[in-house]
Design a protein around this ligand. Structure first.
Ligand SMILES: [Ca+2]
Ligand SMILES: [Ca+2]
Length: 241
């Protein structure tokens, strides 16, 4: 023991610079100490870079019903089949402050999905466009989608029915952030007015808005009252792989 001690001290002394750099990197977490770090350069490699694609389960949870909205619920309340997409550009499905497309108008007014699906599929960077089922609420629909680094946004819409042009959903939700693919999101459904029908109550007759107004939050007191009375629901997004 005593004979080897000077040798060990000598080796440690020769590498003191490299040891200090390595120690600093290790304190910061699981970073990989590289040859460049040994040379004194600060290099932190992501130990788990995001995979090229990720798979998610999306739960569309509608709570809109007699218990959440006893004062404002219209008779026959339901939601139309959802339209969901993973896509690359904000606004590929809809954007607050912009005019509704013909597909958003028909989704929001009568609950049809084909036109909106076709529009979203025509965008440059879209991974998945699919539809769900009508929910006579409260109830839940679940779908599975795939997102890629180029299509890391998800948007989802569904009509509140009966209503003039009122719908719920989430827009341009990012699935990829600085830490990689997100594991779980629990988001409140946002209430929108498509700006394409001017009926004031849930059961108002059709009254096409001319000229159309931009997509916004609730404009009409009946819709604002319902949004204030209770939550329409949530969207839960969980990573599967
Ligand atoms: Ca409207
Ligand atoms: Ca209309």
């Amino acid at each position: 023991m005593t004979r080897r001690a000077p040798l060990i001290v000598g080796i440690a002394g020769a590498f003191v610079g490299a040891s200090a750099v390595a120690a600093v990197d290790r304190l910061d977490g699981p970073a990989v100490v590289t040859e460049r770090a040994v040379r004194g350069e600060r290099v932190v490699l992501d130990p788990d870079p995001p995979s090229a694609a990720a798979r998610y389960r999306v739960s569309f949870i509608v709570t809109w019903g007699p218990s959440t909205h006893p004062r404002t619920l219209p008779p026959g309340s339901h939601t139309s089949p959802l339209v969901i997409a993973t896509h690359g550009e904000p606004g590929d499905m809809f954007a607050v402050g912009s005019s509704a497309s013909a597909g958003v108008e028909s989704m929001a007014e009568v609950g049809t999905t084909a036109s909106l699906v076709g529009e979203v599929r025509a965008n440059d960077t879209v991974e998945v466009v699919m539809t769900g089922r009508r929910i006579d609420g409260p109830g839940t629909d679940q779908v599975e989608v795939v997102a890629t680094r180029a299509t890391g946004l998800v948007s989802l819409v569904s009509m509140l029915a009966p209503s003039p042009d009122w719908f719920v959903g989430v827009g341009d939700v990012a699935l990829l952030d600085d830490d990689g693919w997100v594991d779980r999101l629990d988001l409140p459904l946002v209430a929108y007015d498509a700006g394409t029908d001017s009926g004031a109550d849930f059961t108002s007759p059709n009254a096409d808005t001319q000229p159309a107004q931009p997509i916004s939050g609730p404009r009409d007191p009946a819709f604002s009252s319902a949004a204030a009375e209770g939550s329409f629901g949530r969207v839960v997004i969980e990573r599967l792989g």
